[in-house]
Design a protein around this ligand. Structure first.
Ligand SMILES: Cc1ncc(C[n+]2csc(CCOP(=O)(O)OP(=O)(O)O)c2C)c(N)n1
Length: 372
C-alpha cells in the first residue's frame, strides 16, 4: 500500500521505470518484464523506427514548404509508438490522438493518408475496419471515451477471455500527459474500471502539454493515478523500444484475458515542437533537450545491433535507401494529392443523404457555379 508520504514525495527518478535496453545499448533484465522477441524482431523494430523518423522529417519539411497546413512531429517518441504498435494483434483496435504516426505505420496506414489530413484535402479517411485504427482525434482526451465504449462492445460480444488467441481483443487508447487533466479522460478511467473493460490507456508523457510542463499538472507521477481508479499503472522507459514492447504486450494480454484496464505511462520527451506552429524555445531549456538527445531511441538500438553484430553495413545501407525512397514517395505523392470536391462535404454527414442536406448541397452548387 502506498502511503500519503510516498505520494507527496518528489517525482521519482527515472530509475523506477521498466527498462530493458540502456541508453548505451546494453540489455538489462527486469523482474517482471522480458522482451520475448528474436534478434530479427529487434532489427524489424529498428527498421520501423528509422522509417517513421524519416516519415516525420519529410512531413515537417513539407509543412515548411507550405505543402501542409500543420504537422505534429513525433521526433523522440518513435520507440514508444513502435513498441506499442508492434505489440498489437490484428484484431486489437486502436484509438489514436493526432500524433500517432508510428502507430498508424504499424497498422498499415499509407503515410500519404496522414499527409492528406494535414494538407486539409482529406478528413483522415483510412478504413478503420481493415486497419483497426480509428481516425485521429484532435479534441484532447475524447478518444479515451470512444475506446472505453468500444471496449464495452468487445466485452458484450464475448470477445474477451475465451482463450482463443485469434478472437480475444484488446483496445488501446492513446493519450498525452496533458490529456490526463481532462474531465473526459477521468470519466473514461471510471467507466473502464467499473466495467473492467479490455482497454489499455497508453500515455506518452512527453513532458509538455504544448507549453505546460507535466509537473505543474500532477503532484504525483502519472502512473500512480491509475491506482486511485482501481487499476494498475506502470511507468516504462518510453525511449526503450524493447521495454515498451514488453510492457504493452503484457498489458494487452491482460486485457484480452479479461483482466481489465491498465494504464501505461511511457516516459519520453518530445524533441520537436508541439506542432509546426509552436516555438518550443520559448518555454523549455536547451539543456533539457541536450540531456534527452543522449537517450535517443534509435541510437541505443543501433549501438546494440552493432556491438552484437546482429547486422552488417549492408543492413544500414539498404535501410537508408528504403528511407530515401519513402521520402521521394512522400514529397511527390503529397503534391499530387487531389483537391476534394467541396460539394462532397454534404455526402459525408450521414450514411443516407437527408432531403434537407440534399437541398443545401444543391443551393451550394448553384452559388458556386454563379461565383465562377
Ligand atoms: C478539449 C481540447 N482542449 C484544448 C485543446 C488544445 N490543445 C491541443 S494539443 C494540447 C496539449 C495536449 O497535450 P498532451 O495531452 O500532453 O499531448 P501531446 O500533444 O503532448 O502528445 C491542447 C491543450 C484541444 N485540442 N482540445
Amino acid at each position: 500500500m502506498t502511503s500519503l508520504d510516498d505520494y507527496l514525495a518528489p517525482m521519482p527518478s527515472e530509475a523506477e521505470m521498466v527498462q530493458l535496453l540502456t541508453p548505451e545499448g546494453e540489455r538489462v533484465s527486469h523482474p517482471d518484464y522480458t522482451f520475448a522477441g528474436t534478434d530479427n524482431q529487434i532489427l524489424g523494430l529498428y527498421r520501423d523506427m528509422h522509417l517513421v523518423r524519416r516519415l516525420d522529417r519529410e512531413a515537417t519539411a513539407l509543412q515548411r514548404h507550405g505543402e501542409l497546413g500543420l504537422w505534429p512531429p513525433l521526433l523522440g517518441q518513435e520507440a514508444a509508438q513502435i513498441g506499442a504498435g508492434r505489440a498489437l494483434r490484428t484484431q486489437d483496435f486502436v484509438f489514436p490522438t493526432y500524433r500517432e504516426h508510428g502507430v498508424a505505420w504499424c497498422r498499415g496506414v499509407d503515410p500519404l493518408k496522414l499527409l492528406a489530413l494535414y494538407r486539409g484535402v482529406d478528413q483522415g479517411t483510412w478504413d478503420p475496419t481493415t486497419t483497426r485504427l480509428a481516425p485521429y482525434t484532435i479534441v484532447i482526451g475524447a478518444q479515451t471515451l470512444h475506446a472505453v465504449g468500444y471496449a464495452l462492445g468487445v466485452l458484450h460480444d464475448g470477445a474477451v477471455g475465451t482463450g482463443d488467441s485469434n478472437r480475444d481483443t484488446a483496445v488501446v487508447a492513446h493519450l498525452g500527459d496533458g490529456a490526463t487533466s481532462q474531465g473526459d479522460v477521468n470519466e473514461a478511467f471510471v467507466f473502464a474500471a467499473s466495467f473492467q473493460t479490455p482497454v489499455v490507456f497508453f500515455c506518452q508523457n512527453n513532458h509538455f502539454a504544448i507549453s505546460e510542463p507535466t509537473e505543474r499538472q500532477s503532484r504525483i507521477p502519472l502512473y500512480h493515478r491509475a491506482e486511485g481508479f482501481g487499476f494498475p499503472g506502470v511507468r516504462v522507459d518510453g525511449n526503450d523500444v524493447l521495454a515498451v514492447h514488453a510492457v504493452m504486450s503484457a498489458a494487452l494480454q491482460r486485457a484480452r484475458e479479461g483482466g481489465g484496464p491498465t494504464f501505461v505511462e511511457a516516459y519520453t520527451y518530445r524533441m520537436g515542437a508541439h506542432t509546426t506552429s509552436d516555438d518550443a524555445t520559448r518555454y523549455r531549456l536547451s539543456e533539457d533537450v541536450e540531456h534527452w538527445k543522449l537517450k535517443d531511441p534509435l541510437a541505443r538500438v543501433e549501438a546494440y545491433v552493432r556491438r552484437r553484430g546482429l547486422a552488417g553495413e549492408e543492413f544500414f545501407e539498404s535501410l537508408a535507401a528504403e528511407a530515401d525512397a519513402l521520402g521521394v514517395k512522400m514529397r511527390e505523392g503529397c503534391k499530387a494529392l487531389p483537391d476534394p470536391d467541396p460539394a462532397a462535404l454534404f455526402d459525408r454527414v450521414f450514411v443516407e443523404q437527408t432531403d434537407e442536406l440534399a437541398a443545401q448541397q444543391a443551393a451550394f452548387l448553384q452559388r458556386a457555379g454563379a461565383a465562377r
